[in-house]
Design a protein around this ligand. Sequence first.
Ligand code: ZN
Length: 167
Amino acid sequence: MSVLEILRWPDPRLGLQCAPVGAVTDEVRALASDMLETMYAAPGRGLAAPQVAVLQRLFVMDVAWKDGPRSPEVFVDPEIVDASTELVENDEGCLSIPGVLAGVSRPAWVEMRWHDLDGAPQQRRFDGFAAACAQHELDHLNGTVTLDRVAPAVRATILQAYREVPV
Ligand code: ZN
């Protein structure tokens, strides 16, 4: 296992559409393991493959580990199959846009389908913070970041603060 370098926005690779993973190979399992180690070291609660320069549809998440035991999860080729019509706004941080938060409005819950590291199909509903986190990570797989989901004036204010964040 190793800690990988996390790309910082505006790295152009964070704006690209990622390709399906398909078969879950040992290589995919090794990547997921490195991504989890990278996420815990950052420290963060979610990390998508393009953030470590791998343009594949995979992300890792553990929303509760800062408040209790670790429960790492890996999502291969995730898709949202249903979503709440009710929207909620959360202040979202991003390991690729460190030092600033963006208020992003998203469906309050989502039903997600994906493959696990055994290649088995999974489906579950995510609520609360986990819903926001899963949608945030899935956005990364489509080249979308939080800054793309706020109004232009809000984005300008966030960018001003971001320029002052030490590298
Ligand atoms: Zn992010």
